[in-house]
Design a protein around this ligand. Structure first.
Ligand SMILES: N[C@@H](CCC(=O)N[C@@H](CS)C(=O)NCC(=O)O)C(=O)O
Length: 242
């Protein structure tokens, strides 16, 4: 039995939902409402010590980290493989995934804090309530990050730096897709699942230069190909609870 703790609009949750759909696996859905900070509730932090979504529970085994959840799904259900057979290409897939998490996601997060209005969750709070919100973060790294953002905000320079890192990645993706339809060859791979939700986030964040497909036509064609898959459509069919 598979149960995914996730949130409809979270990029990392979407990664996993794309892979689950591509593999046609059935799973139970448990929403963790990020806007209500349900990810910081002790019951959830007991499952995911970083207080983030997604978390996968397979029978009584708990797994965190979306990119590793993707690998796990492909290990346990190798039918409809989402990893290339060639070991070199497989390693390249993992290098992409590492970069998507540690460079791309990190920098999108900087921009989303402003453009998705996440700072508004804290605007109406008193100084004491803000300090309490920082203390509630389950890791020292997250406490430091939130404290810094609440104290100093995010500057235009930091926004521009983040956008430039995203552009670099898209340039490399463009180069890679020049002679292949998917990041690791002829078939969609875990690397494609891993970056897909961020392209939509570039659009949602109004990063027009990043989604101008005249500049990066191969990425534009790949993005259209990805959005046309049943897996993508299923993953994106999840909506905010009414
Ligand atoms: N490295 C983690 C990152 C997970 C992550 O940052 N999830 C975001 C949503 S995409 C989240 O839960 N954010 C809430 C928070 O940080 O408080 C993974 O890949 O699973």
């Amino acid at each position: 039995m598979l149960k995914l703790y996730h949130w409809w609009s979270s990029t990392c949750s979407r990664r996993v939902r794309i892979a689950l759909a591509a593999k046609q696996l059935s799973w139970e859905s448990a929403y963790v409402d990020l806007s209500k900070f349900e990810n910081l509730e002790p019951g959830y932090v007991a499952l995911n010590p970083n207080g983030v979504v997604p978390t996968l529970v397979h029978d009584d085994r708990i797994l965190i980290e979306s990119n590793f959840i993707l690998e796990y799904l492909d290990d346990v259900w190798p039918e409809t493989p989402l990893r290339p057979e060639d070991p070199y290409e497989r390693a390249r897939m993992r290098i992409w995934m590492d970069r998507f998490e540690h460079v791309l996601h990190r920098n999108v997060n900087v921009i989303s804090f402003i453009r998705q209005g996440r700072y508004k969750r804290y605007e109406h709070l008193s100084e004491e309530e803000r300090e309490a919100a920082v203390r509630k973060q389950p890791t020292e790294e997250k406490r430091a990050l939130l404290a810094d953002r609440l104290r100093n905000g995010i500057s235009e320079e930091q926004m521009a730096y983040a956008e430039a890192r995203l552009a670099e990645i898209l340039d490399d993706v463009e180069e890679t897709l020049a002679d292949r339809p998917w990041l690791n060859g002829d078939r969609m791979s875990l690397a494609d699942c891993s970056i897909a939700p961020f392209i939509e986030r570039f659009e949602a964040n109004g990063l027009e230069r990043l989604v101008d497909w005249n500049t990066r036509p191969a990425v534009g064609a790949w993005w259209a190909r990805l959005q046309a898959t049943q897996a993508f459509r299923t993953a994106y069919s999840f909506k905010a609870p009414q």
